[in-house]
Design a protein around this ligand. Structure first.
Ligand code: PEP
Ligand code: MN
Length: 345
């Protein structure tokens, strides 16, 4: 439930409402709406029944939240969330690019790639150190050694680091080195892991599950937020469909659905979404036009020799070409005012 305050509600009015909510053992969160303050209520809503909230001073109306997720919903939090990653903002018009290899393979590899990723204009370096591989015989990642190389690449380039954490036991270690914790598609409903990253103070990039519905994805975000971590970035990476030509079916309409249903930033991963490097450029451009808050792409200086996901990795030259067009389109969308404003109903 949310309580919409009158535009002229006083500080005392708001305090009165918060006190009443807390008095029945519920949590109250004060948020800024477009014109007025909103008090979000978390917990068993039957307890509010006794309070006659709408009769309290400064209250305009109460609105029930229709979704099973609340903190992640736009009903609960109308304004777009901006996730601040140590000074780099994501969301509400702050467009970002994340790029790097699928996996950290060596110190030399990640530093070399980080340098051209930075030169191309991305703000984040991606690279898996813990790799969730379909086959147990495939390269499994360098684990902590890989995290150290990522941290070194950050020192050299100034890029922020986004990297995956695959198990509860590794959360502290990954959080020690990373700027954003990535939850991969295969762990999108690993609720223990979601809760564990929710207890850290690191932003989390939550990928959509392999066959995840939008509702399941937002409920997964809710698990993280409900532990006290509001800094969730959603990532559309394609879903399994009957199509086999592409690795997954990249659901660009999910960007619009998420923007409508949630205030959280959403970025697009055309590398895993298509599995084909040739499709990355057009799909990145489409993501910007759809209103995504960023993209994450794989690149390798020698895709043919990459230990994982070479076929969906851009060469340095193609990476530069994508980045060049991406910012032009992003600027164009803003200047021409072509993006949809989802904060207005
Ligand atoms: C990745 O980003 O390296 C990855 C494994 O992606 P996903 O979880 O989307 O398959
Ligand atoms: Mn990959």
């Amino acid at each position: 439930m949310v309580i919409i305050m009158n535009p002229d509600a006083t500080v005392e009015n708001i305090e009165g409402v918060v006190k009443a909510i807390e008095g029945v053992g519920l949590i109250a969160k004060i948020m800024e709406g477009s014109q007025q303050k909103i008090v979000g209520v978390i917990g068993d809503k039957t307890r509010v029944g006794s309070l006659a909230i709408e009769a309290m001073g400064g209250v305009e109306k109460t609105v029930a939240i229709s979704k099973s997720y609340k903190l992640a919903s736009r009903e609960f939090h109308p304004a777009n969330t901006v996730v601040d990653v140590d000074g780099v903002k994501i969301g509400n018009g702050n467009f970002v690019a994340m790029a790097g290899p699928c996996a950290v393979e060596s110190r030399e590899q990640i530093i070399e790639i980080a340098k051209y990723v930075k030169a191309g204009g991305a703000q984040f370096l991606r690279g898996g150190a813990y790799k969730p591989r379909t086959s147990p015989y495939s390269f499994q990642g360098l684990e902590e050694e890989g995290l150290k190389y990522l941290a070194e690449a950050r020192e050299v380039t100034g890029l922020k680091v986004v990297t995956e954490v695959t198990e509860v036991e590794a959360v502290d270690t990954v959080a020690h080195y990373a700027d954003i914790l990535q939850i991969g598609a295969r762990n999108a409903q690993n609720f223990r892991l979601l809760k564990e990253v929710g207890r850290t103070n690191k932003p989390v990039m939550l990928k959509r599950g392999l066959c995840g519905t939008i509702d399941e994805w937002l409920n997964a975000a809710e698990y993280i937020m409900n532990e006290g971590n509001p800094n969730v970035i959603l990532c559309e990476r394609g879903i399994r469909s009957y199509e086999t030509y592409t690795r997954n079916t990249l659901d660009m309409s999910a960007v619009c659905a998420i923007k409508h249903l949630s205030h959280l930033p959403v970025i697009v991963d055309p590398s895993h979404g298509t599995g084909k490097w040739r499709m990355i450029k057009p799909m990145c451009f489409a993501a910007v036009a759809a209103g995504a808050d960023g993209i994450i792409i794989e690149t390798h200086y020698n895709p043919a020799k990459a230990l994982s996901d070479g076929p969906q990795s851009l060469t340095p030259e193609h990476y530069a070409e994508v980045m060049n067009g991406l910012y032009k389109i992003s600027d164009f969308m803003k200047v021409e005012n072509l993006l949809t404003d989802y904060t207005k109903d």
